[in-house]
Write a protein that binds this ligand. Sequence first.
Ligand code: ZN
Length: 554
Amino acid sequence: MKASLINLANRKNNASGEIVAFGQEQRKKELLENIIPPQYAENHIKRTCHIHDLEYYDVTYNCIGISVENLIGNKTRSFRSMLSALHRAIVELTNLQSGGIGIINFDSDIAMYLKDEDDSEIIKSFKDFFINLNICTRKGCEKPYVTFNFGLDTSMKGQRVSTLMLDAYLTGDEDGNPFIFPNLVFKLKSGVNIEPDTPNYALYMKSLSVTAKRMVPTYFNCDSKINRDYASSRIGIMGCRSRVVSNINGREGSLNRGNVASVTLNLVQMAYQAVGNFTLFYSILDANMKAAKELLLHRFETLISNGLFADYYDRGYYLDADVHDARKMLKNGTLSIGFIGLWDAVAVMCGIDSLSIEDINKYYEEAYGIIEHMRTFIDKCTDEEGLNFSLLASAAEGVTGSFAKYDEEHLGREFTACKKGFYTNSFHVPVGLEVNYRKKIDIESNFHKLCNGGSITYVEMKEMPCGNIEAVQEIVEYAYSHDCNYIGINFPMDNCLDCGYVGRVAGRCPKCNSENIRRLRRVSGYLAEENCFTKGKRKELMERKVHYINGMAD
Ligand SMILES: [Zn+2]
């Protein structure tokens, strides 16, 4: 058994991890050979359409949005024992599904448990909770993918619990090392926390100061065009970027439902097959989207007949689970068709080796047209099938490199896009392009409203902006006012595991001279250690250019 089977940033190379990785490969093989219809299996193998969480194909859904009460009931408990109960519930739930858990209103869900504890007791409880969440309790080799959305509770208890949670997150574990999980998402909302005279402005400022040191929280825009018509208490992020909001089959919003399954289409491969001919490109894209839809429908039916959902029926985690009918339950979820490499595909189509900003301006309509076309197709699927199809701006952590590698080996041509070793995340501006953050946001923001299944815009900073909260605020608010749905700020975060120092470490720790350095980065939704990244992601990391240099935004 080779460790090379390990291909996720969040997987520990322990004994369980080896066994799990081996088992997963066997399952995938069996599913591709015996369960999945050959034409869709072939699309997966040829890296045309990647089936995410393939090993779970006939077992369970992807992610869920949920409340604390759903997870632990409403029994009277102390704050500390509430967090212990929540940890146990998260461990159970993460092993019932393939993807992330998003608690949609973490602040108001837990505020009511505050009694007469002092601040230090609460911080200690949070720290212990976070330490527990960073143990590999998922399959014995992964941390549970959990996201806590917060920021809207304006009650005194709500503000206090959020503030102390940020304090605990910032101070890190017993040795002062940063936490990787949970992923914290601050919900931005006008009248609640963005303007200086709003009740949670101070909390927002505090959140920005933590982002400036830990890259977390990220920011969810409750006021964007596609979010503003929904009650902000009912929407939030689950998993690394999944957005589950509208529902043609029942209650809308992100609670008690999630993404059932997703695939990612390789736009670059289609561009190679159609170089220069947009008519041909669109006909290939249409055929692949149709196949993606059929595959998702096949998976949906397979899950209904085969899925392990008894636990959901008992606990009522999922909408309509009480009727003990997998179809009624999963009809509330989404089926997502995702894409990666939009700008790489445009470059190939237009015969450009390396896109410049001028090229992006010139071919913007072509790029936008592709995504708009995909969204139109997806809305048609929703109408025709009576299921919630959505368009996902995929992070595709596992495929960014494997798509490029396959295409380089099999298309037999010398294309720059695949030679660089990875394809660019969703609609993101090529990471190697020097562009200031405003221009980056200007280019990406329009795509957010098309990607109703989830999207994120990242701005890369050269170094940790700890002393410069204004810079973080400027970026977040520029993205907010330009209609980005979800915003993250990245910078290199090195962590000395001997003394807890956090900052940029070139060689040895500047504080204790240790060489035991953990390099935390974010390339696909969650923080992760650089040495765990896939080859493609590592290549992407090396190419990344900065969009904001302190004091030199333009
Ligand atoms: Zn040190």
